[in-house]
Design a binder for this molecule. Structure first.
Ligand SMILES: Cc1ncc(COP(=O)(O)O)c(C=O)c1O
Length: 394
C-alpha cells in the first residue's frame, strides 16, 4: 500500500471535479479545445489588473537586499498594516496590523485556523452546499465535520444550524459569497447567528467560532455588499485571499484577520502564527506580500463577471433551467432537470459541456457551472444546454 487507506478513500470521494477535469482534457484532445465548453473549474479567466504587474516590476526594481528572505511567521509588518487599514474601513472597526496574519491563500489560512482552535474530536459545522475541501481541512486537524443544510434558496437556516450544535461544537465555517450557490448571507441572519452563539456562551460557557471564508467578497453584483461578520459576532475570524479578486490563485497569497473585539484575540493570533510555522508554510510568499502594500482595494473588473453571469443566466432561463441568480462569486448552481445530477452531468458531457454534479458539494439534484470562462464558451454552450434539457423532458 503506497498511501494510507484514509487518503485513498478521500481521493475517491473527492473525485468529482478531478473526473470532469480529466474527462475535459481527454475530450479537448479528441475534438479540439475550442469545441469543449468547460465550466468545471473555478480558475479565474481574467488576467490580474495592470496594477499587479506594475507593483511586481517596481518591487523587483528595488535593489535593497533581503527581498526574498525569511520573515516573522505572521508576515511583513507593512503588509499587515496595509491590510488592517483596508479592513478597518470595510468593517467600520479599528484594526491593527497585529490582528492580521498573511497566509498561503484562504485554503492555507483555513488550515492554520483549524489547527489552532481544534482539539481532537471537536466538531465544525459545515453548511451544504459546501466547498469540497472543508471536510478534508477539518479532518486534517483531527476535527469532525458536522453537516447542516442551508434553506432551499441557499440562505442560512438557523434552525438547522442550532440542531447541529452540541457540546463538542467548536466552530462553523461560513462562505459568503458562496461557492457553489453564489449566495451572500444577509446581515440579519448573520446577526441572529451571532446572537445564538452568544446565548450558548452565556448559558454554558461554550465558545463557538465563526470562520468566515471570504475569497469572493469583492466579486459581488448589482450593488451588493458582503455584511461584516466582525460586526455580527465577536468570536470571528476571516480567511480570505487574492486568488479570485486579483486573479492570483497560483501565487498562494491571502490572510487571516481576527476580530479585534474577540475576547482572547492576542492569544488566538499567537496560536495562528505558531500554526502557520508548524504546518510548514513558515510564512506567506514574500514577493506577493510586498506588492500587496500597493494593491489594497484593487480588484479585477467585476463587471466582466457580471456580464458572464447575465449571459449565462439568460441562456439557461430561456432553455428552461431553474436556478437562483448569483449575488456574487462566479458560479451558477442550477437544479438538475432530473433527480440524478450525476446522470445529467453526463448528458451535458455528450454536448461537450463540462459541469460538476451537486453531489460533490453535498447537494444532489443540482450541478455547478463555473462561469469564469471566456464569453465564447458561454455563447457556444447554450445550444447544448437546450438540447440536454430537451432530451430529459421528452
Ligand atoms: C470557497 C472557497 N474557499 C477557499 C478557496 C481556496 O482559495 P485559495 O486559492 O485562496 O486558497 C476556494 C477556491 O476555489 C473557494 O472556492
Amino acid at each position: 500500500m503506497a498511501i494510507s487507506t484514509k487518503i485513498q478513500n478521500y481521493m475517491e470521494r473527492a473525485s468529482w471535479i478531478r473526473k470532469m477535469f480529466e474527462q475535459g482534457i481527454e475530450l479537448k484532445a479528441k475534438i479540439g479545445a475550442d469545441k469543449v465548453f468547460d465550466f468545471s473549474l473555478g480558475n479565474p479567466n481574467l488576467e490580474p489588473p495592470e496594477e499587479v504587474r506594475k507593483a511586481i516590476l517596481e518591487t523587483m526594481g528595488d535593489e535593497r537586499p533581503g527581498k526574498h528572505a525569511y520573515m516573522p511567521n505572521a508576515g511583513l509588518k507593512e503588509t499587515r498594516e496595509a491590510v488592517a487599514s483596508f479592513l478597518s474601513k470595510e468593517h467600520g472597526i479599528p484594526m491593527t496590523w497585529e490582528q492580521i496574519i498573511m497566509t498561503c491563500g484562504a485554503g492555507g489560512g483555513l488550515n492554520v485556523a483549524l489547527k489552532a482552535i481544534l482539539d481532537h474530536g471537536d466538531e465544525v459545522i459545515v453548511l451544504s452546499p459546501y466547498f469540497v475541501e472543508y471536510l478534508f481541512y477539518v479532518d486534517n486537524h483531527n476535527g469532525v465535520g458536522k453537516l447542516a443544510k442551508t434553506s432551499v434558496d441557499f440562505t442560512l437556516d438557523l434552525e438547522e444550524i442550532e440542531a447541529a450544535i452540541n457540546p463538542k461544537t467548536k466552530a462553523i465555517v461560513l462562505n459568503s459569497p458562496n461557492n457553489p450557490s453564489g449566495r451572500i448571507y444577509d446581515e440579519i441572519s448573520l446577526k441572529k447567528l451571532g446572537k445564538l452563539f452568544e446565548k450558548i456562551k452565556q448559558k454554558n460557557g461554550q465558545s463557538i467560532y465563526i470562520l468566515s471564508d471570504e475569497p469572493y467578497s469583492k466579486i459581488v453584483y448589482d450593488g451588493a455588499k458582503v455584511p461584516s461578520v466582525f460586526q455580527a459576532y465577536s468570536e470571528s475570524i476571516i480567511a480570505t485571499s487574492y486568488s479570485k479578486d486579483l486573479s492570483l490563485p497560483g501565487e498562494r497569497i491571502g490572510y487571516l484577520a481576527v476580530n479585534p473585539r474577540m475576547e482572547n484575540w492576542k492569544q488566538v493570533i499567537d496560536g495562528l502564527t505558531f500554526c502557520n510555522r508548524i504546518l510548514g508554510f513558515v510564512n506567506a510568499p514574500a514577493l506577493m506580500q510586498r506588492i500587496l502594500v500597493k494593491l489594497q482595494g484593487v480588484a479585477v473588473n467585476v463587471s466582466e463577471y457580471k456580464s458572464k453571469r447575465d449571459n449565462l443566466s439568460r441562456g439557461l432561463s430561456a432553455a428552461g433551467y431553474s436556478f437562483f441568480k448569483p449575488e456574487g462569486a462566479f458560479y451558477l448552481f442550477p437544479k438538475s432537470p432530473i433527480a440524478d445530477d450525476v446522470k445529467f452531468v453526463n448528458i451535458l458531457l455528450q454536448e461537450n459541456i463540462l459541469a460538476v454534479p451537486g453531489t460533490g458539494f453535498g447537494t444532489p439534484g443540482h450541478f455547478r457551472l463555473a462561469y469564469c470562462v471566456e464569453d465564447r464558451v458561454i455563447e457556444g454552450s447554450l445550444e447544448g444546454f437546450r438540447r440536454a434539457i430537451h432530451k430529459v423532458s421528452r
